[in-house]
Ligand binder design. Structure first.
Ligand SMILES: Cc1ncc(COP(=O)(O)O)c(C=O)c1O
Length: 296
């Protein structure tokens, strides 16, 4: 049998899933239903087995919430990991190099949302580490994997109005689709939109802003109050610097857009070119070959 882990590493870090002990949030969901991590009842045994296999250095990871705006939730996650580390160390006589609370720090997508209170998180987290060190004589490092918090607010998706339709609702059709930004369709997520040059317009009407995919969830906004649009208007969809292009896809043969970097001196640099049909079909352009079972 081929071993999936041929070399036992020196350092191991399990992802801990507390199951019913914690509530997740809307994007990540209930930890009990999550595919991620080692369960509460398995975690001590997981480290015990790895010690027997020769592992010498230890870390622990978790990620229970995504786009969480309540800093206390993240403090609670640190507290949870420090508690479980204490329990594991007591049982197995090891120490931990780090705890990793994953990503999940939220950004205020809606104009009236309160920003994440990073200062309060930092001071309460530092207090927990100080207490841990006071009791145990040592403390692990704290690692985080925040992507959205760093890049999310610094990207926009720019798209043009290409058509309109009035049936049971008013629809504004744009030339981008959820293949460039799937958060609204996938999570019902809010992304603020402004129309270039109409920022101060007071005459607002409710409309759905639609992409062109053959999916009814391909909407950037649902029943959003927006100024009246005409074809050619430019819509700026905010906060797409994280989970935007990276979650892009090619359903219906939609090609992903180019990416531009706006520098502080106002110069603009092309940092990713727009996908072409040639890119799209590149994995199909080869001489057909018959594969043996081993080659598949
Ligand atoms: C394990 C892990 N770490 C970090 C992140 C980044 O999360 P965010 O950018 O939302 O903070 C993710 C995102 O899904 C993740 O799955």
């Amino acid at each position: 049998m081929i071993s999936k882990v041929p070399d036992i590493p020196d350092l191991i870090c399990f992802r801990y899933n507390p199951g019913p002990l914690r509530k997740g949030n809307k994007i990540i969901g209930n930890p009990v239903e999550s595919k991620y991590g080692v369960s509460h009842d398995q975690i001590i045994d997981a480290y015990s087995q790895s010690i027997k296999l020769g592992v010498k250095r230890f870390g622990i990871h978790t990620m229970l919430a995504s786009n969480e705006l309540n800093y206390e939730y993240m403090v609670e996650t640190t507290r949870m990991l420090l508690d479980i580390v204490e329990r594991i160390c007591e049982k197995l006589d090891i120490t931990f190099e780090f705890i990793n609370i994953g990503g999940g720090l939220g950004i205020p997508y809606a104009p009236d949302a309160k920003p994440f209170d990073l200062d309060s998180m930092a001071s309460e987290t530092a207090r927990l580490f100080k207490k841990f060190k006071g009791i145990n004589g040592w403390a692990p490092k704290l690692y985080m994997e925040s992507g959205r918090y760093i890049t999310g607010p610094h990207g926009v998706l720019v798209t043009s109005v290409i058509n309109h339709k009035n049936t049971y609702r008013k629809y504004v059709g744009v030339d981008a689709s959820m293949s460039a930004l799937m958060r609204p369709g996938m999570y019902d997520a809010y992304h603020h939109i402004h129309i270039h040059g109409k920022e101060d317009s007071l005459l607002l009407k409710k409309a759905d802003v639609m992409g062109a995919l053959c999916e009814n969830i391909d909407k950037f906004a649902v029943q959003r109050e927006l100024p009246a649009t005409v074809e050619g208007d430019i819509l700026v969809i905010h906060d797409t610097g994280a989970h935007g292009h990276a979650m892009g896809f090619n359903y219906n043969g939609h090609l992903r857009p180019k990416e531009l970097l706006l520098r502080e001196d106002s110069s603009v640099e092309l940092i990713r070119s727009a996908e072409t049909m040639e890119n799209y079909f590149s994995t199909l352009s080869f001489e057909p070959d018959t594969l043996t079972f081993e080659e598949i």
